[in-house]
Design a protein around this ligand. Structure first.
Ligand code: FAD
Ligand code: NAD
Length: 489
């Protein structure tokens, strides 16, 4: 059990959001904090999500760039990736699922870490079971100032007959794969599905089929993003089936062989198309979204009626008086991205510190305003999709009178990067204020382009001023000039 039972701040969940909240809540003070974590300190992001997925994707990007470059392609040839070496590097990125580095970090800040499952039992009171959920509690902690819920999210598994019993892969298996299935079907057409299809093809999967119930990949992005990613996945050998969902799943001999290993015999997926098409694959991956991890958190004990949390912009949970309960990161139901969870952690930690010291919460520092129309995201497919703020469709739905401008990315910098560079960019401009409210870039390695757009959106920089932000030559950022020129006509 903990070295003490009373802390200034108790954080439930030691993912990126929880860690940062604890750090900011105690920074420069003698306040005490504990993080209760039932798996590994560092959370989903470090061991099963961002880190392993990006470690699997980067070698494919580098190999494709090398193969596209005369003078280099003659040296690298057509050979596929060295799968063993890629997986070894992936395992280094996830610290072989050893969180001692994270624990040293928290120790260096004076933050205690308690291994166990936590649940709320009343105001400022948290019960911890060191065994797991459902086990008898092993201790009760009390928070003097705040309890922060940072429990993340869980994959949603649709109720399709036979699906759960077939022991399909979730993103945890796909990011921690130990063997590459030759034939794979993926349920979903969102971020996990498209990134996962990209690395599976690069690692040598022979048949990859995306089963997409809607009519687009990456449906919440600008439509051209999903179209370009679908085209690239098909060119790499994937099959993308739109407008269809599985109606039944059957597996011969499902067997829990462990994370990232093929879970039994062949899987047959029946689709709801008129032909009742059956796909037979070696592994099925569920990438159908994620749900906030609120189950078993004891929300009813603090008067919350259901399992959905809603927070104000100080990240305090609404419906709980006294400003002692906060929710951040994926569990908050706000943008489910690591950088946004860490941002919540910074805002929430600062709010807790100010309230503990009876300081006024003046100024924008204490409000998580970036959640509203200013969220950046990069989808690390090939091509990448980098975006911030609202799409044209979202902006119109939100009542903005918008102007959109778009161009292909074909500038000196992009041609220098790759002879075959292909990409597209779009700006969404609010006519009333003449400021940028959304931007999307699709193309090879456009990830680093998005922060300039984020600065313009967050800073409400007038379009007129952007004209004087001169992009260096020759860089892919010259696309900004092309966009502004296209707008001038
Ligand atoms: C495959 C994949 C790839 C992704 N790639 C990216 C990316 O490239 N960039 C990006 O920004 N985002 C990415 N994401 C999203 C990102 O992983 C999440 O947004 C991020 O992990 C959320 O952080 P968090 O701290 O809110 O939750 P988590 O990282 O989920 O951490 C929550 C922690 O709480 C613990 N916990 C839960 N309940 C309890 C309890 N009752 N008691 C004690 N501990 C508990 C869990 O064990 C976990 O460690 C990806 C997601 C997936 C699935
Ligand atoms: N690079 C990144 O930033 C990154 C990478 C991976 C994941 N993530 C985060 O993780 C979250 C989860 O990703 P995701 O891809 O699982 O979710 P998503 O919401 O992006 O996509 C879910 C997909 O599953 C489909 N779907 C949902 N329910 C279904 C059902 N019952 N039957 C068939 N299809 C169904 C949806 O139509 C959609 O295509 C995302 O919100 C994203 O923020 C981020």
């Amino acid at each position: 059990m903990a070295t003490q039972s009373e802390y200034d701040v108790i954080v439930i969940g030691g993912g990126p959001a929880g860690e940062v909240a604890a750090q900011y809540a105690v920074a420069g003070s003698d306040r005490t904090a504990v993080i209760v974590e039932h798996e590994l300190l560092g959370g989903e992001c470090s061991y099963w999500a961002c880190m392993p997925s990006k470690a699997l994707l980067r070698p494919a990007t580098v190999a494709a760039a090398a193969r596209a470059m005369p003078g280099v392609r003659e040296v690298v040839g057509d050979a596929g990736l060295d799968v063993t070496a890629v997986l070894r590097r992936r395992d280094e990125f996830t610290s072989h699922h050893n969180d001692s580095g994270q624990r040293s970090w928290s120790g260096s800040l004076g933050i205690d870490v308690l291994h166990g499952s936590a649940q709320l039992t009343g105001e400022r009171t948290v019960e911890v079971s060191t065994g797991g959920h459902g086990d008898p509690p092993t201790g009760t902690l009390r928070a003097r100032h705040a309890v922060v819920l940072a429990t993340g999210s869980r994959p949603a598994v649709p109720s399709i007959p036979g699906l759960r019993g077939a022991l399909p892969w979730t993103s945890r298996d796909a990011t921690n794969l130990r063997e590459v299935p030759a034939r794979v079907a993926i349920i979903g057409g969102g971020v996990v599905a498209t990134e996962c299809a990209t690395w599976l093809l690069a690692l040598g999967a022979r048949e990859v089929t995306l089963i997409v119930r809607g009519s687009a990949l990456l449906a919440s992005a600008e439509p051209f993003a999903g179209e370009l990613v679908a085209g690239a996945l098909r060119a790499a050998g994937a099959t993308v089936r739109f407008g269809t969902s599985p109606t039944a799943v059957h597996r011969d001999g499902p067997h829990d062989t462990g994370e990232g290993r093929i879970h039994g015999g062949p899987v047959t997926v029946t689709l709801d198309d008129p032909a009742r098409t059956e796909l037979t694959v070696d592994e099925l991956i569920v990438a159908a979204g994620r749900r906030p991890a609120t189950a078993g958190l004891g929300l009813a004990a603090v008067g919350l009626g259901d399992d959905r949390l809603s927070t104000d912009d100080r990240l305090a949970v609404q419906g709980v008086p006294g400003d002692w309960l906060y929710a951040i990161g994926d569990v908050s139901g706000r943008a489910p991205l690591t950088h946004m969870g860490k941002y919540h952690g910074r805002v929430c930690g600062d709010v807790i510190a100010a309230r503990a010291e009876s300081r006024p919460l003046d100024g924008p520092r204490y409000l998580a305003s970036a959640d509203h129309g200013r969220v950046p995201q990069v989808v690390f497919t090939s091509p990448e999709v980098a975006s911030v703020g609202r799409t044209q469709r979202q902006a119109t739905a939100d009542g903005f009178d918008v102007e959109a401008v778009e161009v292909d990315i074909a500038v000196a910098g992009s041609l220098l990067l790759r002879d075959d560079f292909a990409g597209h960019a779009k700006l969404v401009i609010d006519r009333a204020t003449d400021t940028l409210i959304g931007a999307t870039f699709v193309g090879t390695e456009v990830a680093e382009l998005v922060h300039a757009a984020t600065v313009a959106v967050a800073g409400r920089v007038p379009m007129e001023s952007l004209w004087h932000a001169v992009p260096a030559y020759p860089t892919v950022s010259e696309v900004w000039l092309r966009l502004l020129e296209a707008r001038r006509g």
